[in-house]
Ligand binder design. Structure first.
Ligand code: CP
Ligand code: NVA
Length: 312
C-alpha cells in the first residue's frame, strides 16, 4: 500500500485499509521512538505549518514528528502570513507549493484546506477545521487499539456538541472502521442529516451501527465515552447557550454508571474544560489513557507525513 502524494483532508477520502495502514505505521514509529530509534524518511523535506487557530498538541506533533524524521518544519501563524485577506488562498498555495513538500493547515473553513490542496500541488494535511479534525481520529483509534486490541465491534459514544469537528470526524472514522458509534447530544446539536446518511452507508459496508440520541441511557454497553469542549474555537460567544443545552450531558460518575461497564474508559481530544463537559474526578481517573491519546497525536501525525511525503 502507498499513500505517497495524497492529501489528508477528511477521513471520507480514505478506506478502512488505508486508515489501518496509517495506524500500523504509527504503532511501528511509536515502538521505534520508545527504543530511541528515529528515522530519516523526511530528510530534505520542508513542511509548512499554517495555524489560523491556536494549538498545543497538533503544532507540537507536526514539529516533532517532522524533526524526528529529519525534515524541516516552518510555523506560520495567522499574523505571519496574509492567507485569505491580503493574498488569496490560491496564490499563497501556489507559492508554498513551490517551496514546501507538504503543508499542514489549521483554521476555520474546510474550503480553505481544500483550496490549499488543489492549488499547491503538494500533500496538504488538515490539522482541524470547523468541520473536521481527521488527524485526531488516528490518535483516538491508535489509543483504542492499545486499550482493546481491535477496533471492530467496539462501542464508542461521543457525548457533547454532536455537530462539531470531533463528532463529525469520529462518526466518519468509526463508520469506516466498524466501530459502533453513538452521538449523545440534545437535538439542537445533532450533526447534519446528509453526513449521518453518508456514514450509515459506510457503516453498512463495515458492519457497524450509527446512532444519534438525546437519551442518556444510550451509553449502556459503551466501551468508551468521548467528550470535547462545549464551545469549539471560534464559538466562544455561544458559551451561555451551550451550558444550558449541554449541562445534562456532562460526563460524570453517574453517566459512567449508566454504561453498566466498569471497564469503560474516557477519551478526550483536549484541551478539556473540567467542571463543564467532564468532572475533574472522572477526568483524573482516566488521565493515563487521555494523555496516551495526546502522545499518540505525535506518532500518528508523523505517520501521516511519512506515508504521504516520506521516503519509505
Ligand atoms: N487535540 C488537539 O487538536 O489539540 P490542540 O488544539 O492543542 O492542537
Ligand atoms: N472541537 C474543538 C476541538 C479541539 C481540538 C475545537 O474545535 O475547538
Amino acid at each position: 500500500m502507498t499513500l505517497k502524494g495524497r492529501s489528508f483532508l477528511t477521513l471520507k477520502d480514505f478506506t478502512a485499509q488505508e486508515i489501518g495502514y496509517l495506524l500500523d505505521l504509527a504503532a511501528d514509529l511509536k515502538a521505534k521512538k520508545k527504543k530511541g530509534i528515529t528515522g530519516n524518511s523526511l530528510k530534505g523535506k520542508n513542511v509548512a505549518l499554517i495555524f489560523e487557530k491556536p494549538s498545543t498538541r497538533t503544532r507540537c506533533s507536526f514539529t516533532i514528528g517532522c524533526v524526528d524524521e529529519g525534515g524541516y518544519p516552518e510555523y506560520l501563524s495567522r499574523d505571519d502570513i496574509q492567507l485569505g485577506y491580503k493574498e488569496s488562498v490560491e496564490d499563497t498555495a501556489r507559492v508554498l507549493g513551490r517551496m514546501f513538500d507538504g503543508i499542514e493547515f489549521r483554521g476555520f473553513k474546510q474550503e480553505t484546506v481544500e483550496k490549499l490542496a488543489k492549488y499547491s500541488g503538494v500533500p496538504v494535511w488538515n490539522g482541524l477545521t470547523d468541520e473536521y479534525h481527521p488527524t485526531q481520529i488516528l490518535a483516538d483509534f491508535l489509543t483504542l487499539r492499545e486499550q482493546f486490541g481491535d477496533l471492530k465491534g467496539l462501542n464508542l459514544v461521543f457525548v457533547g456538541d454532536g455537530r462539531n469537528n470531533m463528532s463529525n470526524s469520529l462518526m466518519i472514522g468509526s463508520a469506516k472502521m466498524g466501530v459502533n458509534f453513538t452521538i449523545l447530544a440534545p437535538k439542537e446539536l445533532w450533526p447534519e442529516d446528509s453526513l449521518v446518511e453518508l456514514c450509515k452507508e459506510y457503516a453498512k459496508e463495515s458492519g457497524c451501527t450509527i446512532t444519534i440520541s438525546e437519551d442518556i441511557n444510550v451509553v449502556k454497553g459503551a466501551d468508551a465515552l468521548y467528550t470535547d469542549v462545549w464551545c469549539s474555537m471560534g464559538e466562544e460567544d455561544k458559551a451561555a447557550e451551550r451550558i444550558k443545552l449541554l449541562s445534562p450531558y456532562q460526563v460524570n460518575e453517574d453517566l459512567f454508571k449508566l454504561t453498566d461497564n466498569d471497564k469503560a474508559i474516557l477519551l478526550h481530544c483536549l484541551p478539556a474544560v473540567k467542571g463543564k463537559e467532564v468532572t475533574e474526578d472522572v477526568f483524573e481517573k482516566n488521565a493515563d489513557v487521555i494523555f496516551d491519546e495526546a502522545e499518540n497525536r505525535m506518532h500518528t501525525i508523523k505517520a501521516v507525513m511519512v506515508a504521504t511525503i516520506g521516503e519509505i
